[in-house]
Design a protein around this ligand. Structure first.
Ligand code: NDP
Length: 259
């Protein structure tokens, strides 16, 4: 097979949590452009339906929308059941849904701490576990990609976000653990660590908007990343192109964490 052909996802099935918008939507679009049928799994069902329609119209692939809460075992099990019923296979899982709360550690309630850890770490575990189990049972040599963050590597300033940083560091170690457990089944598990990306998570937060200029001043490339700039690295990880890559964390941050 020629090198470029290894990036094809033709006739594969991929689910994307948090796929209705932001990074999830951009990555789902990249997968669709490589030929995959796409399952959008998101809390925001209305936005998920809009995104799925766009993908069907623009990329000519099949889609499925599942209103999914990644923190609920029942909801994640229902997602896998729906995928099995519609497609009978799952090749790629992008466990990406995440939230951020900017609260100082001394003021943080346990509920706030738990909410972030629950979506960002427990949610990634539940969705990756369900995907891995399904792939192993079906004998599918699939690829699981989790979304960590540069916040797993550095403490971002000036905004306080200890729960977010801790949750994302957990995602990297979880990724490596699953990669080792599932290597014998041919299921690969990797994660990405994006720098600041211009999505609603950043652009619709009253706390974060005033900080964008400060971050850009600190950033070697002096700008936010664009969600589309994560399409090709995830396509690499999702496809045969990365057949010997597992347990890796790929930092895509315009060198933000280099100093
Ligand atoms: P967005 O907030 O733009 O999109 C996240 C999507 O996830 C939303 O549609 C949201 O739905 C959904 N979601 C939230 N909670 C759940 C849940 N419990 N179950 C299912 N879906 C849920 O975020 P981004 O696209 O910016 O971020 C995606 C991932 O990338 C996150 O893990 C984030 O931490 C990470 N990341 C983001 C960076 C950035 O700068 N933007 C940098 C590094 C990492 P709803 O709107 O209903 O809440």
């Amino acid at each position: 097979m020629k090198a470029l052909e290894k990036f094809s996802l033709k006739d594969k099935v991929a689910f994307v949590t948090g796929g209705a918008r932001g990074i999830g939507k951009a990555v789902a679009t990249g997968f669709a452009q490589a030929g995959a049928n796409i399952v959008i799994a998101d809390l925001d069902e209305a936005e998920a339906i809009k995104t799925a329609k766009e993908l069907e119209t623009n990329e000519g692939i099949k889609t499925l929308v599942c209103k999914t809460d990644v923190t609920s075992v029942e909801s994640v099990n229902a997602l896998i059941k729906a995928i099995d019923e519609k497609f009978g296979r799952l090749d790629v899982a992008f466990c990406n849904a995440g939230i951020c709360l900017n609260v100082a550690a001394k003021d943080m309630t346990f509920e706030q701490w738990y909410k972030v850890i629950n979506v960002n770490l427990n949610g990634v575990f539940l969705t990756a576990q369900a995907a891995g189990k399904y792939m192993i049972e079906k004998g599918i040599k699939g690829s699981i990609i989790n979304t960590a963050s540069m916040s797993a590597h550095i403490v971002n300033v000036p905004q306080p976000q200890c729960a977010y940083n801790a949750s994302k560091a957990g995602v990297i170690q979880l990724t490596k653990s699953l990669a080792i457990e599932w290597a014998e089944y041919g299921v690969r598990v990797n994660c990405i660590s994006p720098g600041y990306i211009g999505t609603e998570l950043v652009k619709s937060s009253k706390t974060l908007i005033p900080l964008i200029d400060k971050w850009n001043a600190m950033a070697p490339m002096h700008r936010l990343g664009d969600p589309e700039e994560l399409q090709t690295v995830t396509l690499y990880l999702a496809s045969e192109a990365s057949s010997f890559t597992t347990g890796s964390d790929v930092i895509v941050d315009g060198a933000f964490t280099c100093f």
